[in-house]
Design a protein around this ligand. Structure first.
Ligand SMILES: [Zn+2]
Ligand SMILES: [Zn+2]
Length: 334
């Protein structure tokens, strides 16, 4: 195990851990000291944020898991959405060019709302944003409709801290289907609720914008995830209503959902583990392609405080490119 990993492992045992900037560049040699790395810093880069660091002291309780309790409303809505999206695939060739472009741009922006927003900004606090970027990300996040930022970040911090246990909302030890979408179709395991309630979410509660989104989430989602993307192609360039609905809305939404879910399923089951082979998350290039840069998942679980979520900056990582552009514009920092 590389020296910097040993350093991190030993830090799990204390709650007053100092998180240091992750080492970049070539992989560490055995025995090389973290302190000697050119990018090593004594500075604690996220003094306020510790609840996304893996806690190996938590283990599953003995005995069988409780039976699944199906949430039929979610099952029916997911089936309808995916049927609409499948029909949308058939309709793609009949769409106008601007409808393809619209659906693609909507996919990219809503993807960023998850990756640069809910994930790297709000769940992990890997960078800070000024108001215009904040507003853009909360809007983009609402376009993506994957639960509001508060709920997304709570589930995600639990996923990191209690990874691959019953307290992990999409525990990949329960199989591909469960970690992909199944977890959204059944009631949460009691351990998810119990351990989730112990997480420190005070930073999110203190953010007025996050709480504002939570308050008006349902009407906002209806408007900008469903109504707006359907009406614009139909109204502005004379696309048929069915094409607008099934391609720009259902198909685009289903693609963003599945791309995100693949990070929880495929990137926890298939791929290499060059940074920490004791955890399940893996490096998966295909997932990175779909999820705009979130497939370097063994790295990400090892160094959750890196805004790039990858050792390789812009390589298959549109989200890092986007955050770097925002930094150049002075809208993202730290
Ligand atoms: Zn994460
Ligand atoms: Zn993960």
């Amino acid at each position: 195990m590389p020296a910097h990993m040993l350093q991190l492992s030993s830090s799990y045992t204390t709650t007053t851990t100092t998180i240091r900037a992750p080492p970049k560049g070539s992989p560490q040699n055995e025995g090389e000291k973290l302190e000697n790395h050119p990018f090593y810093s004594e500075e604690d880069i996220r003094p306020e944020m510790k609840d996304d660091i893996y806690d190996p002291s938590y283990q599953d309780a003995e005995g069988p898991r409780p039976k699944f309790e199906f949430v039929w409303r979610n099952i029916i809505l997911m089936c309808l959405l995916h049927l609409g999206a499948l029909y949308g695939i058939i309709l793609v060739p009949t769409c106008k060019f601007y409808t393809w472009l619209w659906a693609y741009v909507y996919y990219l922006i809503s993807g960023l709302g998850i990756t640069a927003g809910a994930h790297r900004l709000w769940s992990h606090r890997t960078y800070k944003a000024w108001l215009p970027l904040w507003l853009f990300l909360i809007f983009a996040n609402t376009m993506a409709f994957q639960n509001d930022v508060y709920e997304w970040a709570r589930d995600h911090r639990a996923h990191h801290k209690f990874s691959e246990t019953d307290a992990d909302p999409h525990n990949s030890r329960r199989g591909f289907f469960f970690s992909h979408v199944g977890w959204l179709l059944v009631r949460k395991h009691p351990a998810v609720k119990e351990k989730g309630a112990t997480l420190n979410l005070s930073d999110l509660k203190a953010e007025k914008l996050v709480m504002f989104q939570r308050r008006y989430y349902k009407p906002a989602v209806l408007l900008i995830c469903f109504i707006l993307p359907t009406l614009v192609p139909w109204f502005y360039w004379g696309e048929t209503f069915l094409n607008s609905l099934c391609v720009a809305t259902f198909l685009r939404y289903a693609v963003v959902l599945n791309a995100t879910w693949l990070v929880n399923s495929a990137a926890h089951l298939y791929g290499y583990r060059p940074y920490d082979k004791n955890i399940n998350s893996r490096e998966n290039i295909l997932v990175s392609l779909g999820a705009v840069g979130e497939g370097f998942h063994n790295y990400h679980h090892t160094f959750p405080y890196d805004y790039s979520a990858s050792e390789y900056r812009w390589h298959i990582n549109f989200t890092t490119f986007f955050i770097d552009c925002m930094a150049v514009l002075g809208l993202a920092y730290d």
